[in-house]
Write a protein that binds this ligand. Sequence first.
Ligand SMILES: Nc1ncnc2c1ncn2[C@@H]1O[C@H](COP(=O)(O)OP(=O)(O)OP(=O)(O)O)[C@@H](O)[C@H]1O
Length: 261
Amino acid sequence: MSDQPILRLRGVNKSFGAVHVLDDVDFEAYAGKVTALVGDNGAGKSTLVKCIGGTYAIDSGSYEFEGKQVHVSGPRDAAALGVEIVYQDLALCENLDVVQNMFLGRERMRGVVLDEESMEIAAAETLTSLSVRTLKSVRQRVSSLSGGQRQTVAIAKAALWKSRVVILDEPTAALGVAQTEQVLELVRRLADQGVAVILISHNMLDVLQVADEIAVLYLGRMAATVHRADVNQTQVVELITTGRSGDLGIQPATAGAGANA
Ligand SMILES: Nc1ncnc2c1ncn2[C@@H]1O[C@H](COP(=O)(O)OP(=O)(O)OP(=O)(O)O)[C@@H](O)[C@H]1O
């Protein structure tokens, strides 16, 4: 995999009125890697992700994609780049089946009728490529699926559409132990297919298990970006709660330390 980030934000600021929510934030995501985005409640994770996804326009700073500066002024711009956000509510339609959900809004047609066969084959192939074995049938309605299976469908949908950057918002928050394990395996396989995965999570065990890089937001500043292999849980928790880690030689983000190289 390339060492160049597919997505790079530099010096991003975002305010809502007088509230300065993102302060000079640098952030990178790499093809084939899982980058965990962590931080305490209110640290700015959702805001940063919404800036990446085009829901919010950044006030200042740069947004680069594949080394080129781009202007993302709405979700369509981000989608055109191949940036997909899988929100916690998953935005799946209960009354539709797995295939219909995966192709929702982008249905394949044969003449004037839906090309059900080709959509079913493509959906099944995508699930197979991700080694998904937890679904009985791609013709099952989403209303009959478990939380983990729904998460699987939402992630597979992003893979089907050849997304380059997939942002997962707390994908295991509502799941039990076995389903969490399956979803984390899926996250890993998605990255192994060359996708840049950004994982928002409050669960340190998940983060430490699946992430390659860990970006820690603290009070709207990027306290540090560290390689997973270089840190332990205590150090990550310290970064999240204080914006610094003495062990890692990282100074408080509020004092203007910025990202750790
Ligand atoms: N639309 C908005 N208007 C005003 N303030 C906002 C808005 N959206 C977010 N904020 C503020 O920005 C800060 C960061 O919020 P954000 O939701 O990005 O944090 P977060 O890290 O995702 O938190 P959590 O883990 O609780 O979801 C918070 O103080 C929040 O109140």
